[in-house]
Design a protein. Structure first.
Length: 256
């Protein structure tokens, strides 16, 4: 085996190709992409790495829409535990993603129309309440991945030590996996239903500074290009919904 082959084998084992392919898929979908970005951990105060940050292009910078991605490579499947009532009583705007206060207020004014037209907000299917690795895999892997993307989203929405930040910031946490994703739900007859899925989401409700919990999407490697295009369509729809308040903010600046 040549040295290049040995390095290729090592890279495959470390999961770098998954990160590269994910970044490439989002670039092809029209996002600006940064790999191996860093964020400030609000608990430890230390810098942490996040694999991919895909940002919807915006020339003025008043509306910033990010997809924050942690890539997890491995050998065992992932299990998404779901329930019909996983989001029962949970505010759909909070479940949507990590939003700045101005973005939250603006979308709240249009929540009725968005609920009908925007599946990311409606969330009418079964939703997850936990993510696990099968066959005795490290249970902390799913939790640490979820915590990482949640903290990175929080950093983008509320960056520390900055003189100016965009009024409308939205960040969507995503975990990309290169092994099968299996949905597990309890049927009415008490039996477990298992189904291979290409993507799903689960509510990650943890207590961090300025973080109240939201849904984290889990996407398989085979579906990542389709998901990147879906995310771009979602960003376009959100940008259109925020446009009236963005125009108001621009007019206010011109007068000041």
């Amino acid at each position: 085996m040549s040295m290049a082959d040995k390095v290729r084998e090592w890279l495959e084992g470390e999961g770098f190709p998954l990160e590269m392919r994910t970044a490439a898929a989002f670039r092809s979908a029209g996002f600006e992409v940064r790999q191996s970005s860093y964020y400030l951990d609000p608990e430890s105060g230390k810098g942490r790495e996040i694999d991919v940050v895909a940002t919807d292009p915006d020339t003025l910078g008043l509306v910033q829409i990010h997809v924050v991605i942690e890539c997890k490579s491995g050998k065992t499947p992932w299990i998404l535990l779901t329930s019909e009532d996983a989001l029962s009583g949970y505010n759909r705007l909070f479940a949507l993603g990590v939003l700045s206060q101005d973005a939250l207020a603006s979308l709240a004014d249009r929540a009725g129309e968005l609920m009908n037209s925007f599946p990311w907000l409606r969330k009418s299917n079964r939703n997850g309440y936990a993510l696990r690795r099968a066959f005795g895999g490290d249970s902390d892997v799913a939790y640490s991945a979820a915590m990482g993307v949640a903290k990175a989203c929080g950093h983008l929405v509320r960056p520390p030590d900055t003189e100016w930040r965009a009024p409308f910031i939205l960040a969507f946490p995503v975990i990309v996996v290169d092994t099968p994703l299996i949905e597990c739900t309890l049927e009415s007859n008490g039996h477990l239903r298992l189904e291979d899925i290409s993507q799903g989401e689960f509510l990650f409700d943890t207590r961090l500074p300025h973080y109240s919990g939201c849904c984290i999407r889990v996407v398989t490697q085979a579906h990542i290009s389709a998901f990147a295009r879906e995310a771009k369509s979602a960003a376009d729809e959100l940008r259109a919904a925020l446009k009236p308040d963005e125009e108001k903010r621009k007019k206010a600046w011109r007068k000041s």
